[in-house]
Design a protein around this ligand. Structure first.
Ligand code: PMP
Length: 329
């Protein structure tokens, strides 16, 4: 395959059957390798969707500046496309994310602004900081992945149809965590249009309010998580479009047991949200053991983005986290 530019190789990622987990559960679990996108994550799709929609509306012209608040992956997606298309990028991030993401952004030539992590209501939150920066700079465009529904659209137009076709048009369940809601909303809306019986499951890390929102309509959160890029405490325009049947909460210990299991039994080096999604898929498959359900989920990014964290024994010791074997029942 020859590609005209980096934009042309966003999407069309493989869907990988998880052989070992499928065998244990008597279901078929498939995971979409979004880390094979050029910027290394599912957020390359969002970045492309937002840039293309802004260009179409005349909101972005050559030489303009794209401003975004992000846990990192959307920033990397925007920066790869911006480098090729001739835009400047200002990326605002909380300062507790993996250093691999900061290094990638610096290499891509962005202006990186780090802020202290804080609740959304605080005006110094990375989201508000990005908006204020965009407002104060001439010729700048705020990508706003949380509220900009070009995010939903690209998943509805690409990720959803790819999964549907790669699954042979037979999907029993789709499982996904939520950062902005773009992936879950776009894919769930598309799949349910093809077959209303597709069951959609939101996998939420501790410290996120979406689980309680789905269960009771209220945003309440307990605990915290070392996962990055997922879990929120508010309703976004993108999440509003999601069609969710059920939600589960996944603990870091469960996510970590799956992260190492995937490396050692499936040969997959994935990131934390991917391990969390696959743990939730596995748990759902165990609840339906032997029924042969066809379950699809997403691997949002790869282990390479977290070498200094979950693959670093010192980090795990500091956080008092242990790698437990995966439980098979
Ligand atoms: N996984 C990873 C690794 C991410 O970076 C993100 C987004 N920040 C997500 C999952 C969540 O995707 P979405 O924003 O579409 O909900």
């Amino acid at each position: 395959m020859q590609a005209g530019s980096v934009s042309d190789v966003v999407g069309h990622t493989p869907l990988i059957k998880l052989q070992s987990l499928s065998k244990i559960t008597g279901c078929e679990i498939f995971a979409k390798a979004e880390y094979l996108n050029p910027g290394g994550s599912v957020k390359d799709r969002t970045a492309l969707g937002i840039i293309q929609s802004a260009e179409k509306q005349g909101l972005l012209k050559p030489g303009d500046t794209i401003v975004e608040g992000t846990a990192g992956n959307t920033g990397i997606g925007l920066a790869t496309l911006a480098a090729q298309r001739g835009y400047h990028c200002v990326i605002v991030m909380p300062d507790n994310q993996s250093k691999e993401k900061y290094h990638a952004l610096e290499a891509l030539g962005v202006e990186l602004v780090k802020v202290a992590p804080c609740p959304f209501a605080n005006p110094n939150h990375f989201y508000h900081t990005a908006r204020a920066l965009a407002e104060s700079r001439p010729n700048s465009f705020w990508a706003n992945q949380f509220e900009n529904t070009a995010n939903f659209e690209i998943h509805y137009k690409t990720t959803g149809p790819e999964i549907w076709e790669q699954m042979g048009q037979r999907v029993d369940a789709f499982v996904s965590s939520v950062g902005t809601g773009g992936t879950l909303a776009g894919v769930s809306a598309y799949l349910k249009e093809q077959d209303p019986k597709v069951f959609t499951l939101l996998a939420d890390p501790m410290g996120s309010g979406l689980y309680s929102f789905v269960k009771s309509g209220k945003f309440e959160a307990q605990g915290s998580s070392i996962t990055e890029g997922i879990g929120i405490m508010r309703l976004t325009e993108n999440f509003k479009k999601a069609r969710v049947d059920e939600a589960v909460q996944i603990h870091d210990e469960q996510m970590l047991s799956m992260l190492y299991y995937l490396a050692q039994h499936e040969g997959l080096l994935v990131g934390t949200s991917a391990a969390l999604n696959i743990f939730a898929s596995y748990q759902y498959a165990l609840q339906n053991q032997g029924k042969g359900l066809r379950i699809a989920t997403v691997m949002g990014d790869s282990a390479l983005r977290y070498q200094s964290k979950v693959f670093n024994p010192q980090f795990l010791n500091e956080k008092n986290l242990k790698i437990m074997p995966l439980i098979h029942s």
